[in-house]
Each structure stands twice: as C-alpha cells, then as structure tokens.
Write a protein of this length. Structure first.
Length: 471
C-alpha cells in the first residue's frame, strides 16, 4: 500500500488513496450495511404470508421509523468527518472526544422519541392511513421508537470507529444485530419456541431488542477503548465548544438527510399510498430490493469519505480527487450491475416477496415495471452518494443541505403529487420522478465538488488555532 511521507508537524503518515485501501476500508462497511438490508428484507419476507396489509405496514413502518430517526442519524454521520481528519492530523484523543459527542446526540434522540410514541396514531391518521394498515403500522412504529436512541448510538460509534480506520468492529456489531433480529423474527412473528405469535408487532419487537443489545455491546467496547489501537493519554471528555462545533456542521448534515427523506415520506404516504394498498406494497418492495444495491454503494462511499477526511487532516487535499474517482468507479460498477439484474430478472426478484395467495394478481406485474424503471437511476444514485459523502467528509454540509432540500421540495415532491393526484399518471410516473430527482442531484453535487469550495473549509478548527498561534 502506497503511503505518503510524514507531515512537517511529525504526524504519522496517512496512506495515499488506492483501490486496495478503499476496498480494505469498504468491505467491512459493505457487510455492515448489507446486514441492515438483510434485516429489512427479512422483515418483509417473514411477514409477507400475513397478507398485503401486514407487508405494507411493516415495510412502510420501517421506512417511517427511518424517517423519524434520520435527522439525528445524519447529525452523527459528521462524527466520521471529525474523527478521520483528527486522526489524519495525529490527534486520536481529539477523535475520541467526538465519539462522545455523537453519543450525546443519541441520548437526546431517545429523549425525543419517548413523547413522540404517543403522537404516532394521530400522525398516521393525518397521513391518510386507515383500517388494518393504520392499526398494524401504529403498533410497529411505537415499538421501534423505544430503541431509537440505541440505533443512533450504533451509528455514532460506527462513524467514530470508521473515521479512525477500524471498520471491522462496527461490522461485528451489525452482524450480531442482524442475527438477533432474524432469530427474533422467527420466534415472535409466528410464535415459535413457545412465544406468542405477534405478527407485525413481533417483527418490531425483534428489531427493537436486537438494536438495544447490539448498542449495549458497542458502548462497552467504546468505553473500554477496544478496537481503537493504543489508547491515547489524556482525558477524552469533550468540551461544550466541541459539542457545539459538531452540531454546527452536523445539523446541516442531519437536515440534509431529514428533508430529503421527508420528501420521500411525502412521496410514499401522500402520493403512493393514495394509489392503493397493492401499489404501496409493491413500491415498498422496490425500495427494499433497491436497498440491496444502495447500501453497499453507500458503504463504499463512506469508505471513500474516510480517505477524503484523513487526506485533508494530513494536509494533502490534492489526494482527495483521486479518492473520489476511485470511489465513484467502484460504487458505479456495483449499482450498474444491480440495474442490469433489474432489467433481466425483475419477476424473479419480486417473487421472493410473494407467498401463496398473500398478494393480488397485479402485485408482481406492477413491481416488474417499477423495478425496470429503477434500473435507470442506479449510476445517478452512486454518483450522488459518493460526492455527497466526500463533501460531508470535508465539512461542506450546508451546500448539500440546500441542494437536496431544493430539488426534493421544489421539484420532486410537487412533481410527483401533481403527476399522480392531479394528472392521474399512476405509479409509472411516480417511479420515473425518482430517476429525474437522483439524476439532477448527482449533477449538482459533482458541480459543487469540482468548484473546490471544500478546500477552504476548516472543519475541526485546528487551522484557525494554528494561525492564531503564529506570532
């Protein structure tokens, strides 16, 4: 593996971006993110035999849980940016402080989830859900929110460890959560080993319990300093100024994801749901299948962002474009191959979610059309994700916020609503709007990166301190 010489300050050298280094960092993150996909897909498959209302409630409930948690989750993504840049500067103690800052966000998230549980029925009713889907999804969401803080804590610590270059410990935690979740589904959905058959609520309970147990293990490892190499001397307690600095860059990152996923929630709950339970169930299955292509690509983009952050921290910003080119190539190849499979075998992919007479005759043909349309956005998605993560690693979070929010709420949301509700265009047009949105987002983020504004951002404040110290 190629490496650069140490900086004039005596920092330990940081390896230059190479394909090998990207893959070494990426494969544990790919496994981690893929395990999350397995959880979502297994939840859907294991409740599919209960019928379309159960399938729609579970998959849409999982999406809505994610929508609720995406703001704090997006905030703690910035922990990786701080950790990678500080490790690149030779300051592992400073990186650890931002791990604690991320756990502070997790604590605040759980505090917000508890009163939010009581608001779930009214919010879903306001969104237009009725009957059995409303009842099932209400119970699912209320249970999942009990472990909201644990989910954010896992993300915070995963980003800390990823930022310092240890992507294997987060992988182990994710795999443990996956195994516990699938086992819990088997026990609680249909009632095995003497447990009650809880159906949709069983899937939610399995997810909540597995998340809580995995976080407890991860927190113990962090507190004991496991997986962080030689524990640095000194106190790792963060200051209020460091916490607020994390929020200064993390909150735009969080709102970046929040407003985009809020637009997707609008799309699912107020546009797609209006087309009927079969269309909603089919669209949510399309999202589950696409998560198989997106999550590994997002993992590769996260690994690329670690190289970006460490290169900036080491004072080598000219290494960043190479890191980004390598990342977008790998992510693009993966999502491109996924898109080919959507074109060649869509019925087979949809068939995994069909159990006996649990779905209507329109379910598979409708899903086949949606899946083929989704093949068109695969490379756009890879490019948008890669460049967004690279900008986040550099601290350029505010521009990404405005770009995503503007495209999502000034174009995507009104466009899909008008096409479906006013023009009666149906599910084909709704799916095509996703291609338009992701394509434009990719173009805007590539343009921003090429402009080079990220080179002038001082994320950690170290540059400011250094300048002030010069007589």
């Amino acid at each position: 593996m190629a490496s650069a010489p140490a900086s004039p300050s005596g920092r330990a050298p940081v390896a230059a971006p190479t394909l090998r280094r990207l893959l070494v960092l990426a494969w544990p993150i790919v496994v981690s993110r893929s395990s999350q996909v397995v959880v979502g897909v297994s939840d859907a498959i294991m409740v599919a035999h209960l019928g379309e209302p159960a399938l729609a409630a579970t998959t849409t409930g999982a999406l809505n849980t994610f929508n609720v948690l995406i703001l704090p989750m997006g905030v703690v993504f910035i922990v990786s940016s701080f950790a990678s840049q500080l490790v690149g500067r030779g300051d592992p103690l400073g990186a650890r402080r931002y791990g604690w800052c991320g756990l502070g966000v997790a604590l605040l998230a759980q505090a917000a989830c508890m009163p939010g549980i009581a608001l779930v029925p009214g919010a879903l009713s306001l969104a237009g859900y009725r009957g059995e889907v409303l009842h099932l999804m209400t119970g699912y969401l209320q249970i999942r929110l009990l472990s909201g803080g644990a989910a954010i804590g896992i993300e915070a610590l995963s980003n800390y460890y990823g930022g310092i270059g240890n992507t294997r410990l987060p992988m182990a935690v994710s795999l443990a959560a996956m195994v516990l979740n699938v086992l819990g589904n088997w026990i609680l959905i249909d009632g095995h080993l003497g447990a009650p058959a809880l159906g949709v609520q069983g899937a939610a309970t399995a997810s909540a319990l597995s998340t809580g147990v995995a976080f407890a293990f991860f927190l113990c490892a962090f507190v004991l300093g496991l997986g962080a190499g030689r524990r640095p001397a000194g106190r790792a307690r963060p200051t209020a100024a460091q916490f607020w600095r994390m929020l200064r860059f993390g909150v735009p990152s969080g709102f970046n994801w929040f407003f985009e996923f809020l637009a997707f929630a609008f799309f699912v709950n107020l546009v797609v749901a209006d087309l009927g339970t079969t269309t909603l169930a089919a669209m949510m299955v399309i999202f589950q299948i696409n998560s198989v292509s997106f999550m590994p690509a997002f993992a590769v983009a996260s690994a690329g962002a670690i190289m970006v952050g460490q290169s900036i921290g080491a004072g080598r910003p000219d290494d960043v474009p190479r890191a980004v080119r390598l990342t977008v190539s790998v992510a693009g190849v993966w999502q491109g191959l996924a898109g080919v499979s959507y074109l060649l075998a869509p019925a087979w992919l949809m068939g995994a979610f069909v159990s006996g007479q649990s779905v209507t005759a329109e379910f598979v043909p409708m899903g086949v059309v949606m899946l083929r349309v989704s093949a068109a956005w695969q490379f756009f998605d890879a490019a948008a994700t890669t460049f967004a993560e690279a900008l986040r690693a550099a601290g350029d979070t505010t521009f990404a916020l405005w770009a995503r929010t503007g495209l999502a709420w000034l174009l995507f949301a009104p466009g899909t609503y008008a096409s479906v509700r006013w023009l009666g265009a149906g599910y084909r047009a709704a799916t095509a709007w996703l291609v338009v949105y992701l394509g434009l987002l990719a173009v805007v983020l590539v343009w921003r990166f090429q402009r080079g504004a990220w080179r002038r951002i001082d994320l950690t404040g170290e540059q400011t301190v250094a300048v002030a110290a010069v007589p």
